[in-house]
Design a protein around this ligand. Structure first.
Ligand code: AMP
Length: 475
């Protein structure tokens, strides 16, 4: 199950957390459109509202009032083909012997089945097939035997994969980032409290200040009175495995992730793309909106006579084409979504810039559209390396067979999308723009070797699945 989502947790001094949580879910809406939810705690009991749909559909005005309490967590969930189901909407909440628990998860575990089997054998009953419920049960069980910090550590020692979590244990809000920091998570300060969120754009929306990223393997515990927070470095690893694709495609350009502003990284990638494979055409145009920051960097680096043109117009009321279930629908949807401006294209040589090619639907359709609109030549430049393998860590990226670069060379792909030329960016340029060594990035989808032990796949470093044996998870 791919869980590419947005999470948030807030503790305030003297006002209900529901409304700021609701606004921060709006700020994180791009990270998930399938369902949205908030769980709060008022000091006595938990309150929950979780519904399918966009934030604007899941919450009506009257829904926030019953969510009493100055502490709470929220979640937006990414749609995945076939699993549109309220059972997996989050935050997940349970009450158990030592209190109530709420959980929001972004990422994807790769050893869920082992832990679920072990817990099921101990009598735990599961209501969904999602990772999040497994984490909740494991934590609930550990909380029976250990204090909060030790219980979280024990659970972290058993999980393998990607997780940025916001958790609520009774009225205490926690943030946890997996030991390799695969998905983003950051801490922010408000005038009257603290926030933990997937992206700093959520903190900006609340008028707060970004304090810093949550470190890989770190637990952050917000004080329920909103006056501060404690941090615990629970698991250490020599290297991180930050997902580079967050910066390429997924995160908002106005977010700062792993200390880098996403917009600046994308522009730098665009400049690097020009340096590596620039071609002088009459016009350079972004594929809106995903290629925009890349194209502005690329055009900036190009000679002045290469004109930056907004030659493709986007119908903003059409959803992301990627999630359309059939290829035929996806092809039609590209035309529904993007339309060329004839005068910027007719009789000209053009370069279109996008962030990535997954199945190849968008670029194939756009090359054809631009030729129909009278372009003489259509060149394609991509601000990421070819995506050759699936993502198991939380980005819904299609299966290996569906990936156009899965078993084809760049020349073959160029022929298939009928472009006059095609070039991707190198992996080295990505690492450089992110200011990270390759050893601190997860590059699985562009190398086919992962920083996690995934069945049937290669690893790019020394990694092993933790034993799910409870005793060995102790510190
Ligand atoms: P495709 O048309 O299948 O080649 O997909 C490429 C287009 O989808 C590009 O415009 C990307 O911006 C966008 N894209 C890339 N990755 C994803 C993803 N994981 N989910 C949704 N859209 C994506």
């Amino acid at each position: 199950m791919h869980e590419k989502c947005g999470v948030v947790g807030i503790s305030l001094t003297d006002r209900d957390a529901a409304r700021p949580l609701y606004y921060s879910l709006y700020a994180l809406q791009h990270r998930g459109q399938e369902s949205a939810g908030i769980v709060t705690h008022d000091g006595f009991q938990q309150h929950s509202h979780v519904e399918m749909g966009l934030v604007s559909e899941a919450f009506q005005e009257g829904d926030l009032e019953p969510l009493a309490g100055s502490n709470g967590i929220g979640h937006v969930r990414y749609p995945t083909a076939g699993s549109v189901d309220t059972c997996c909407a989050q935050p997940f909440s349970v009450s158990f012997k030592s209190g109530s628990l709420g959980l929001s998860h972004n990422g994807n575990l790769v050893n869920t089945d082992e832990i679920r089997d072990e817990l099921a054998n101990l009598g735990h009953a599961f209501t969904s097939d999602g990772d999040t419920e497994v984490i909740a049960h494991d934590l609930a069980r550990n909380l029976l035997e250990a204090d909060l910090v030790r219980a979280v550590k024990r659970t972290m020692n058993r999980l393998h994969g990607s997780y940025s979590l916001t958790i609520m244990h009774d009225e205490t809000v926690l943030g946890v980032r997996d030991p390799q920091g695969n998905r983003p998570l950051c801490i922010g300060e408000l005038d009257d409290g603290y926030v933990i969120a997937s992206e700093s754009a959520a903190i900006d929306t609340l008028g707060g200040e970004l304090v810093r990223d949550v470190r890989p393997g770190e637990l952050v515990v917000l004080q329920p009175d909103g006056t501060g927070y404690d941090t615990y470095q629970l698991v250490d690893r020599d290297h991180s495995a930050h997902c580079f694709f967050e910066h390429i495609y997924f995160a908002r350009p106005d977010s700062v992730i792993n200390e880098e502003l996403v917009y600046d990284v994308r522009r730098q990638l665009g400049r690097a793309l020009w340096a590596e494979s620039g071609i002088e055409t009459d016009a350079v145009m972004p594929v809106p909106d995903s290629g925009r920051s890349f194209a502005s960097g690329y055009a900036e680096a190009a000679p002045e006579d290469v004109e930056f043109a907004e030659g493709l117009m986007k119908n903003r009321y059409v959803g992301r084409t990627f999630i359309m279930p059939t290829q035929d629908e996806r092809e039609r949807a590209v035309r529904l979504k993007l339309n060329p401006i004839r005068s910027t294209v007719e009789g000209k040589t053009v370069t279109i810039i996008d962030d990535s090619i997954v199945r190849g639907t968008t670029s194939t359709q756009l090359v054809e559209l631009l030729h129909e609109a009278g372009a003489e030549e259509v060149h394609v430049r991509i601000g990421a390396p070819p995506i050759v393998a699936p993502c198991y860590l939380g980005i819904d990226m299609a299966s290996r067979e569906e990936l156009i670069a899965g078993d084809q060379s760049v020349e073959e792909i160029c022929a298939e999308i009928k472009a006059d030329s095609l070039a991707y960016l190198s992996i080295d340029a990505v690492a450089e723009a992110l200011n990270k060594s390759k050893a601190d990035l997860c590059l699985g989808c562009v190398t086919g070797a992962y920083p996690y032990d995934i069945e049937g796949e290669q690893t790019d470093r020394e990694v092993s699945r933790p034993s799910v044996d409870q005793a060995s998870a102790d510190d």
